[in-house]
Each structure stands twice: as structure tokens, then as C-alpha cells.
Design a protein around this ligand. Sequence first.
Ligand SMILES: [Cu+2]
Length: 359
Amino acid sequence: MKLIGLAIALSAAVMTPAVAVAPQINDTQSAGQPVGQSVGTQVAEGAVPAADAPATATTATPAFPQTPATPGVGMPTAQRLGLQEQYTNLGQRAASFHNGPLLWMCVIISLFVLVLLAYTMFRFRRGAGHEPSRTSHNTLLEVVWTLVPVLVLVAIAIPSIRLLAAQYSPPPADLTIKVVGHQWYWSYQYPDNGGFEIVSNMLKEKGDPTLKPGERFRTDADGPAMLATDERLVIPAGKVVKFLITSEDVIHSFAVPAFWTKMDANPGRVNQDWVKVDRPGVYFGQCSELCGARHGYMPIAVEVLPEAQFNAWLASKGGTPKGAAPAAAPAPAAAPAAEAAPPAAIEQPALTQPATAQN
Ligand SMILES: [Cu+2]
């Protein structure tokens, strides 16, 4: 019998690696092959627009000098634990709630339960000859272990709901910007400033083999690798900026961690979010919804400028400050197109055409 048992054990030992390896091979085949294929096909399908979009956008060097990114500000940093430093009032409130009461409550409750469990397991173990208690109902105990969790939840819910309410009741907007997600880049439209559009693509690294001759590559001033973009979303400092967020194709998500901002960009639907950033600088985010093969290559770079510089940037893009005479912007655009043509009729399409063509 012992021999038969040994034989079974031996054959099991011999079989196990084979069985264990078999699914691995299948896994790598089933996981690797179709993903490789689907990536291939998706890239192949998307190659024409994806390759075209960066090419048109990156060949032009920025006319307006870009603010250099500050290391460690508005970007993830190595070895850092926890949330990024917050630069909006709402973000600061939410982060201090998370890092303060919420985290401590989690730590204290977890430790309390762990200690209680360990003590019970050790003190009342069968090996020590403990007689199990036959207590079945204890009104006081039941009231206490129902009430305490309810109080804990209420203590968490009140500040959470206050924060949510603040997030969803924005102050009147000083500026509205339309954010559109595309596979795989972002575009930003400025309807209050003449309706021009910015197309923002990720900057490639210097040694990237797909870098075309003369194409701009990332430098440290642009920001960290995979987060720096050729064109940035530029907003004025100290102003309430409303984002109308939507998508052209699939679900993307507009997220800038340093602003406590994350909002889905759904095709056929407009979501709203807002920020008010007082500190000028550059802040980085990413698309935060798995949106396709190049999901990881659609960063968001936000440049916050003092108002005077923001207006200068607007002018460099052919835009005008909100509320300024709209005639200022079309004039230079119309000049090369039609010199003596009647102004209103021709200027309008001349201004809107580049925006729709990029879509
Ligand atoms: Cu996306």
C-alpha cells in the first residue's frame, strides 16, 4: 500500500509542473497573442490619425514662451507616499480630510480589531483549556456595536457630503474651456476667447526612433517623460475656470491630481468640472480611463499664468480676453484670406474651419 501511495505521490509530483506550466503557456498565449494582435490591429486602425495628429501639432514650435515645469510640483515624485501636494482650495480641504481624520480613523479601527482578534485567539484558545461561553444575548453589547459604527459612519459622512456639495456647486465661472478627449490626445477649445482650439500631444523622448526629423522632443523644462505635451492647456491664475468635458470617440477621463480634479469625458455627453488655481505654474495629469491601446500616451499639462501673461498667450493664439471686442481676433486671420472682402461673412468660417478640420 505504501508503495502504491508513493507511486501516486511521485506521479503527482511529476505531473504537477507539467499541469502548472501548461496553463502558463496557455496564459501567455491567450493573454499575449490576442493582446499583441489587438494592439497591432488597434494601432494599425488608429495609426493614420494618431500619426497624423502629432505630426501636424508638433512641427510648430510654440510662439509663446512656455513656463518651465518645477520638479516636484504638480507631478508625481519618486518615493512619495500619499496624495500630491494640492493647489486648489477644494483639493487642500479634501487632502487634509483624507490625511487627517480619515486616515487616523482607519488606522485606529484596524489596530483595535487586530488587537481584539489576536487577544481573543490567544486568551480563549482551546489548547489553554478554555470553556466556551454560552452567552447568547447581551442588549448593552448589541446596542454598543451597532451604535459605534453608525457614529463612525456619520462622522465620515458629514465632512464628505460637505466636500461633495462644494465640488458640485461651483462659483460663477470667469472662463469656460471645452475639453475634448480623443484617441489618443486632448484638445481644448476657448469659446469665451474667440473660439480657437489647442491640440495637445505627448512629447516624445530625444532618442525615440519614431521621432521625425525636425520634430520637437521633450526637454526637462517641458516636464517629466510621458507627462509633457507640445501644447498646454493654459488657464489664468486666481480665476474660476469651468471645464466642459466631453469625448469624440470613447470614454476618457480628464484628471489633474494636484487640482483634485477627475471627470469622465463621455462621447455624446458634456460633464462639468471647475478649478481655481492661485499659484502660477505647470501641473500634470493623465487620461484616467482605459480608453484604448495608447491610453497611457495622452497626458494633460496645465499651465497657470498670471492674468496679464494669460492675455498675452491668448493674443499669441489669435484669441481675445473674455468680453473684449471680438473684432480684434478675426482681423489678422482675415487679412491673408481676403483683403477687401466684407468682414463678418468671411471671417467667421475662416476662424472656425481650422477647429473643425482638426476634429
Ligand atoms: Cu483616454
